[in-house]
Design a protein around this ligand. Structure first.
Ligand SMILES: [Zn+2]
Length: 243
């Protein structure tokens, strides 16, 4: 009886030991994973599609700088640099314009309505891709020539607009303008697109053409590349959480 019973007992103990090992192993793995998954919401995801909007264009030059630099041209140059960086890193980019043009149908009844049609078309392009974020690129002017630095406005209609705006303003301070302590601002009805779009949307005033110093920088391709990289880094670092 003894010699027959022993192998059975041995198997029983072995199974118990195996079960204990599996339990301890599972507990250990779940303990290791808990801190990593709890640091951010499971639903947070990177930005995968951006509608890039180069402000103004064509007959609408936007602001004119102290040195004669025209806003629409700087907006487009910067937008194309930013597009290249985003696309090279797997982000889908949709441009509202990629040439020096205003967005209205020349065969339509546009007289006196060019600007309204232009803005409506930008809005349509943004809304055509609802699962995207909208980034509008502009340059600033101000009567005081000493005014400098990037300033971000955000749409009040979507909470993620503020997340992206904060990231751009913070990244600009970290990478490009250490003394820039501007706060992000919610757009009112005077900023047509941000006031009306329901997707995450920001407008970046990338610098003051009215400042002789900043205007000189904005005409330098190397500085525009740095500016594009700053916006690119901010977009890549932004994590959007699902609503
Ligand atoms: Zn503008």
């Amino acid at each position: 009886m003894h010699t027959k019973g022993f192998p059975w007992l041995l198997r029983f103990v072995a199974v118990l030991l195996l079960m204990a090992l599996i339990t301890v192993g599972f507990f250990w793995i779940s303990q290791k994973q808990t801190p990593a998954t709890s640091t951010k919401p499971a639903s947070a995801s990177p930005i995968h599609t951006v509608v890039l909007d180069a402000g103004h264009g064509g007959e609408d030059g936007g602001a004119v700088g102290i040195s004669g630099l025209v806003e629409k041209d700087v907006n487009l140059r910067l937008t194309l640099l930013l597009r290249d960086l985003l696309e090279a890193n797997g982000v889908e980019v949709i441009l509202t314009r990629e040439t020096d043009t205003m967005l209205y149908d020349p065969s339509s009844d546009y007289v006196g309505r060019k600007k309204a049609l232009d803005l409506a078309e930008r809005k349509r392009i943004a809304e055509e891709t609802p699962d995207s974020v909208f980034v509008s690129i502009h340059m600033n002017t101000y009567p005081l020539q000493s005014c400098q630095g990037l300033q971000v406005w955000y749409s009040p209609n979507h909470p993620q607009s503020q997340t992206l705006a904060k990231q751009i303003q913070t990244t600009a301070q970290e990478l490009l303008q250490p003394n820039n302590d501007r706060a992000i601002k919610a757009a009112g009805s005077s900023i047509y697109l941000l006031h009306r779009l329901n997707t995450p949307a920001v407008l970046v005033e990338c610098g003051f053409l009215s400042s002789p110093e900043e205007s000189a920088k904005l005409s330098d391709p190397a500085y525009l590349q740095q500016l594009a990289f700053t916006l690119f880094a901010a977009i890549m670092q932004t994590e959007l959480s699902a609503e």
